[in-house]
Design a protein around this ligand. Structure first.
Ligand SMILES: Nc1ncnc2c1ncn2[C@@H]1O[C@H](COP(=O)(O)OP(=O)(O)O)[C@@H](O)[C@H]1O
Ligand SMILES: [Mg+2]
Length: 389
């Protein structure tokens, strides 16, 4: 999940924009919150002390008195020794001059996170995996759902999957469950979204995976929800060890919020030209957004050797290694889909073996057992098409 919730206090639009970007591009997934909700205080408050020094100092003091554990970063116009001393005495943890250098700032965020982790009573943070498709039909929901089932089954830890798709989400369908409530009910009741209420909203699958289903409303979640969806991710992830998000294949405001909240972003592509070209654009966009590129893992779905576009060519075009390849097996995948039984619970297919291996590696990066090789099928000979992008 977003490990930190940060608030930026400044009247200056450029300051808020730049700091927001700096926070998003750092190594620690951070959500930027506009206002602090009761019961969900910010972990980090960044205060602009360039103009109204005395009121800014009073603000820091007040904040420190009410929230002893919050990280406070002060940003001044100049590195004046008196001002540094004054801000530290008021309770700031870090002092920067405007504009802060990226590396120095990220270092301070890292220190803050490390301090929070060792602080007594600091809750272990949950892990968020976001699944994003290079194009519709690439297999995003298939991968997200089967991975969710495996995470719940293998870890026996609390695991939830959120379906962002507006208008008849498919995660519930893939798992053969009939959800009574959807993500829209959660969005409309954020103020009372505690463990008890959330338990009412989710549907439980027999693997242990809990589902916050996609809505049947074609406009939601949509642009109007973009202000609160990040808060939803934060509140839900507080209640689970693992949160997975099926973010679809459109870069819209809700998908962007999911990307910001991710510890790992899985970009699902097929080894064909349209998919690779879209993946290229999406990776550029993800980098532009400042959602740190090193959180992205590229997955190739429906990968039958020899690939229509060779793996090396895909990796060169995208500037990203292929993290995992899932074979193509329409019969097994569609049987699973139509019966609502996930692949790994439906028998010993090659697909099931791939999901098992992929998920074991996900939850324990030191896991290295050799994966089952994706099945080798017919040669399609599309290599020359790769020159099109
Ligand atoms: N590895 C695969 N082999 C064969 N068919 C697949 C595979 N992955 C997905 N499919 C099929 O492709 C279609 C689209 O999958 P889906 O997961 O809904 O894609 P998305 O969520 O990206 O739109 C479904 O009919 C699904 O059964
Ligand atoms: Mg889908």
């Amino acid at each position: 999940m977003a490990q930190l919730a940060a608030q930026i206090q400044s009247q200056d639009e450029e300051f808020r924009r730049r700091l927001g970007r700096l926070l998003r591009s750092g190594p620690i997934p951070t959500s930027v919150v506009d206002e602090i909700r009761e019961g969900a205080p910010a972990d980090l408050v960044i205060i602009d002390i360039r103009f109204e020094v005395s009121s800014a100092m009073a603000n820091i003091e007040r904040l420190r008195a009410t929230s002893p554990n919050v990280g406070i970063f002060a940003i001044a116009a100049v590195a004046d020794p008196d001002l540094i001393l004054q801000s530290m005495r008021a309770g700031a943890n870090e002092f920067f001059t405007w504009p802060p250098a990226d590396e120095t700032f990220h270092g301070a965020v890292r220190r803050l996170t490390a301090r929070r982790e060792t602080t007594q009573g600091a809750k272990p943070t949950s892990t968020t995996f976001v699944f994003f498709g290079a194009k519709g039909g690439a297999g995003t929901t298939t991968v997200a759902v089967n991975c969710g089932v495996e995470v719940a089954r293998l870890t026996k830890r609390s695991t939830v999957i959120l379906d962002l798709k507006p208008g008849l989400g498919e995660v519930g369908l893939f798992l053969g469950v009939r959800p009574r409530y959807t993500i829209v009910d959660a969005l409309d009741n954020l103020h009372r979204l505690d463990r008890e209420f959330l338990r009412e909203l989710v549907t439980k699958h027999k693997s242990g995976l809990e589902i916050l289903a996609g809505s049947d409303n074609f406009d939601r979640p949509g642009a109007a929800d973009s202000g609160v969806i990040e808060e939803l991710f934060r509140l839900v992830s507080k209640q689970y060890d693992y949160m997975l998000i099926d973010a679809g294949s459109q870069i819209n405001s809700c998908a962007v919020a999911a990307l910001y909240s991710a510890d790992r972003i899985f970009l699902i592509a097929n080894p064909d030209v349209p998919s690779v070209r879209n993946a290229q654009r999406l990776l550029e966009r993800i980098r532009e957004l400042g959602a740190s590129g090193d959180r992205v893992r590229l997955l190739l779905n429906r990968a039958v050797e020899p690939l229509p576009v060779p793996r090396k060519q895909i990796e060169n075009a995208l500037g990203h290694p292929v993290h995992h390849m899932f074979p193509s097996d329409y019969k097994t995948v569609s049987n699973a889909l139509n019966s609502g039984v996930p692949l790994t619970m439906a028998g010993n297919s090659d697909m099931a073996a791939q999901f098992d291996h992929f998920t074991r590696q996900l939850i324990d990066p030191s896991f290295t057992a050799a994966p089952a090789e994706p099945a080798k099928k017919g040669l399609l000979g599309f290599e020359k098409i790769a020159s099109l992008w």
